[in-house]
Design a binder for this molecule. Structure first.
Ligand code: M6R
Length: 602
């Protein structure tokens, strides 16, 4: 995920770009850059890290008067977050910004290098600008050269290009990554989403995949495979908060829907056909490591518990998990052959950070799995793997949990790979399942409507038990946490087989049991556990791909080819159920009472 802004017109371009990029910073903040062509003068600034560094660098620069300009905030996919890898990328006389991945960039790069082009960065994006200049240098007019360049690109892109060869024109193309064009009279804006142009433009056109073109003299020329085409703009929504929610009622709802897409981002460049590649880890990272200890809090703790099953089952490495606030005061015995892993969405959770410091003092190697680059936990760790969920605003964590769990699954396979404890055949099966996950995370209208309907039956009672076995036990814990956080109803997650050792005493019609009944994992065992509850009159809501006669309510899942795929699909069901119950109870879904997004106190 990267963010793009463009502007053509007489206003102060630097401010428009920087303010726009600020709105998009959630899409990535490894580095940022802008390029402006005004008259004959071309200016370009780049800075590593957050946008404030670029602001500082450009503080004495002004850019009033007619000109063209593009800006970018980067979330690194190819090449480390350095200034050379930051956008805009320069050819000999043109600049480009890009969001997405050019899948055939290696082939294009090789071709260009053979023709004598020197590449300065490690990015896929740089091929775009050189390809454009190649065609222009061959004698094609700027737009023809741009068109020829677009024809060669494979993969996902939203891209803007400016060139001294046409200093009054911005060229654009979109395929797979988002981009829109904003209009205010003769002034034209480009952006990855609405928010950078709200308050500036009043009309908008959302580009479709396969569209490209140029803007010149206040007029946009739009093309697709069939040539130039007419297009219809629409009024731009004026409310920024509404725009940020992109039409959803709550950030949490938007984040649940985003999970399918962000999972793709989490896997990008890491999950290959027959191998897991984690550039963040040196080849010898696991040398001398015989065990893993994970510390985390809340939802992150639940992803850690899930991971413990995966590490032991897939990688055959011992793994234990502790709640960070407990670990801190128990005088733990630590040994140097243990890798200390912390998991945190925010990277600022005080207990997790302190646990990490303790482990470091004891001389343990550390790895963090985090959603926020440069956060305290990331900085404190020897190395970090970012979850790439994008900013999460709902206090109740959803997509952070999904992406943490995915990264941990990848890590388990990676450990199995480097330690050669995971047979190649099994690795391949796991990878195939991983690649099917985004599909299982898609929220269909039918599913959401069903959970909306069901939710009205679960607004009272004396409590919920979410039950599951194996990896579905941590998922049960997470489902219960989600529900209690935003509904304020009492909910517990429990291992299904443990109910008969005490909690079953609570069973009656007012005890709601949410039963996670996957087909691919201990189905018959959990079925018996649910039957025991049903026999005591508990109200059962079963989530399963297999119909279950004793269920009072039943949510049928669609994907049952692999436990983890089932896990992720059931996760979405529990998240939507919590959301809909909370809405019916009239609670503040995004900012539930007594909670904070980042818990920076002990
Ligand atoms: O930022 P972290 O992942 O370290 O936060 C840990 C917990 O505070 C967090 O997961 C909390 O439980 C969420 N509100 C769960 O939805």
């Amino acid at each position: 995920m990267c963010g793009i802004v463009g502007y053509i017109g007489p206003k102060e371009k630097k401010e428009i770009l920087l303010d726009g990029l600020q709105e998009l910073e959630y899409r990535g903040y490894d580095s940022a850059g802008i390029a402006v062509i005004q008259g004959e003068k071309l200016n370009n600034f780049k800075a590593v890290g957050k946008l404030k560094n670029l602001r500082e660098k450009t503080k004495n620069y002004t850019s009033k008067g007619f000109g063209i300009s593009i800006g970018h905030t980067r979330w690194a996919t190819h090449g480390k977050p350095t200034e050379l890898n930051a956008h805009p990328h320069l050819g000999a006389y043109s600049y480009v910004v890009h969001n997405g991945i050019i899948e055939n960039y290696q082939e294009l790069k090789k071709e260009l290098q053979q023709e004598g082009v020197t590449f300065l960065s490690q990015t896929d994006t740089e091929t775009i600008v050189h390809l454009f200049e190649k065609y222009h240098n061959e004698g094609f007019a700027p737009f023809e050269a741009f068109q020829k360049m677009v024809e060669r690109l494979e993969g996902a892109y939203a891209t803007l290009l400016i060139t001294e060869a046409a200093p009054d024109t911005i060229f654009f193309a979109k395929n797979g990554s988002p981009m829109l064009i904003g209009f205010d009279g003769e002034e034209v804006y480009f952006a990855s989403s609405d928010t950078p142009i709200i308050g500036r433009a009043n009309e908008v056109y959302y580009l479709e995949d396969g569209e490209y073109g140029y803007v010149q003299n206040g007029k946009v020329h739009l093309f697709d495979g069939n040539g130039e085409k007419a297009f219809q703009t629409q009024p731009l929504i004026a409310d920024k908060a509404m725009a940020q929610k992109e039409g959803y009622r709550f950030f949490m709802e938007k984040e649940i829907y985003e999970q399918s897409r962000v999972m793709g981002e989490t896997m990008m460049g890491r999950v290959l056909e027959e191998e897991i590649v984690l550039d963040e880890l040196n080849a010898d990272f696991f040398e001398g490591i015989n065990a893993i200890k994970i510390c985390a809090c809340g939802t992150s703790y639940h992803s850690a518990l899930t991971a413990a099953y995966l590490f032991e089952r897939l990688a055959k490495i011992r793994c234990d998990v502790e709640i960070a606030s407990e670990f801190r005061y128990k005088d733990p015995l630590l040994s140097n052959d243990t890798l200390f892993v912390t998991i945190s969405q925010s990277g600022e959770t005080a207990d997790t950070l302190e646990a990490l410091k303790m482990a470091k003092r004891a001389g343990l190697k550390s790895l963090s799995i985090c959603n926020v680059d440069n956060s305290s936990i990331v900085r404190e760790s020897d190395t970090a793997i970012l979850t790439r969920a994008g900013i999460e605003k709902g206090v109740a964590s959803t997509k952070a949990f999904a992406t943490q769990t995915m990264v941990l699954w990848m890590l388990a396979l990676y450990v199995g790979q480097v330690k050669q404890t995971l047979p190649q055949e099994l690795l391949k099966e796991e990878i195939d399942a991983m690649l099917r996950t985004p599909k299982a995370l898609v929220v269909t209208d039918e599913l959401h409507a069903k959970l909306h309907r069901l939710s009205k039956r679960y607004l009272h009672g004396h409590g919920f038990f979410f039950i599951g076995r194996d990896i579905f036990y941590p998922l049960a814990l997470e489902g219960a946490l989600k529900l209690k956080e935003i509904s304020y109803l009492h909910a517990e997650g429990y291992p299904a087989g443990e109910m008969k050792h005490g909690p079953i005493a609570l069973a009656d019609a007012e005890l709601f049991t949410i039963a996670l009944m996957p087909k691919t994992m201990h189905y018959d065992k959990i079925k018996s556990n649910v039957e025991e509850l049903s026999a005591r009159d508990a109200t059962i809501c079963a989530i399963s791909p297999l119909p279950f006669d004793l269920a009072d309510d039943f949510v049928q899942t669609q994907y049952s080819s692999h436990p983890m795929v089932e896990f992720f699909e059931m996760m979405v069901v529990t998240q939507l159920l919590a959301l809909e119950i909370s809405v019916r109870l009239g609670n503040d879904v995004d900012m539930p009472r007594n909670l904070a997004k980042s818990v920076t106190v002990e």
